[in-house]
Design a binder for this molecule. Structure first.
Ligand code: SD4
Length: 350
């Protein structure tokens, strides 16, 4: 009995400690809510190249457009960027030299669509949206996804650019399968943060990665999109978190939306984006929710987590945003009437 009382007290104390950030922020949110303050529209996205994506999303949002259209338009920007080697066209290939894309999209009604291991189509996000809108399914993979895309008017292209092919051939010399930390952040050059520089180019030429974007529109509706070529030089057939609803992206129009970047295997293990949204439902602020999801990853295996990067990014129904990551180096871009596409460094666990 004594033990049980002790346990209950300890559990209550640790629950209070865990949610302290959330509660503090909850008070701030309550104060804002009493003043009727909601920041909308607003769009946030991962990494510095999220700024260009945010601009495209803003073109939709500022006219009163739907968050779903905004996030699709936004992430199509890095998908088409030949200098971005981890999203869409010119993405780094897998270890067999094949560029395979993962993407998903989710709207305010809980509709969602996804493609994994899609080849030969730049705008994987638009194929994911077509899966959502034109099929009774959520997810199509590989050849099936390609056949569906071609049948729906998408053009077959070669996504492997000479630069990405050169990087792959360089990688083949050693064939070391190592996640490259902060490959996404253009200020983290390979000399500073990695031991492998496949293109032997300055960091800002090749250091870009997955884009996750979540937005709240003028009508107060949320949507999100996530698209990537996945981990560079991955095993053929490997799928990360980015196309998995609940892992790489989750939207609940009552609560908020979250997305992730980094080593997808870690995100899948904790069903990260769903976890972040559920924590916000319990009253955590976006940042506190992202921090708790990162902490779960650390709890699973601290030694492994020390060598990896994962970042979560979230917004809630009030248009508040926050992020948290394992290591220094993750940043995100915010665009609203209050914040003019500012880049914010994610707080980090280690
Ligand atoms: C993946 N999460 O395929 C993606 C990669 C990524 O920043 O986001 N890198 O695991």
């Amino acid at each position: 009995m004594q033990d049980r009382r002790h346990f209950l007290k300890a559990a209550a104390l640790s629950a209070a400690a865990l949610s302290l950030d959330g509660i503090t922020s909850e008070k701030a949110q309550a104060a804002d809510a009493s003043k009727g303050k909601v920041t909308k529209p607003i769009v946030v996205s991962t990494w510095d190249f999220g700024r260009a994506a945010n601009e495209a999303a803003w073109d939709v949002l500022k006219k009163g457009g739907r968050a779903l259209d905004a996030v699709e338009a936004g992430v199509r920007v890095p998908e088409a960027d030949p200098n971005n080697h981890t999203v869409g066209y010119s993405g780094f290939p897998d270890r067999d030299g094949r560029v395979t894309l993962d993407a998903c999209i989710m709207d305010e009604l809980g509709n969602c669509g996804s493609v994994a291991a899609l080849e030969h189509v730049t705008h994987a996000i638009s194929v994911a949206r077509a899966v959502m809108e034109k099929t009774p399914h959520v997810m199509l993979v590989g050849d099936g996804a390609l056949q569906f895309a071609l049948a729906n008017g998408f053009k077959k292209e070669n996504l492997l650019t000479p630069e990405s092919e050169k990087a792959w051939r360089e990688w083949l010399k050693k064939s070391e399968y190592k996640p490259i930390m902060n490959i996404e952040n253009s200020s983290y050059g390979p000399d500073k943060a990695t031991t492998f520089n496949p293109l032997k180019l300055p960091g800002n030429v090749y250091n870009h990665d997955t884009i996750g974007m979540v937005a709240l529109d003028a009508n107060g509706n949320l949507s999100g999109a996530c698209t990537t070529s996945g981990m560079a030089f991955k095993l053929h057939g490997r799928v990360g978190d980015s196309p998995i609803i609940g892992a790489g992206l989750y939207v609940d129009n009552e609560v908020g939306a979250a997305t992730s970047t980094g080593v997808g295997e870690e995100v899948i293990r904790v069903v990260g984006s769903f976890l972040v949204v559920e924590l916000m439902r319990q009253g955590y602020s976006p940042e506190a929710a992202c921090k708790e999801a990162v902490t779960r990853i650390v709890k699973k295996n601290k030694e492994r987590a020390k060598g990896l990067q994962v970042g979560f990014l979230a917004i809630n129904k009030k248009g508040e945003h926050g992020a948290y990551c394992l290591q220094k180096g993750f940043n995100y871009a915010v665009l609203s009437e209050k914040e003019s596409n500012v880049l914010i460094d994610g707080k980090h666990y280690f």
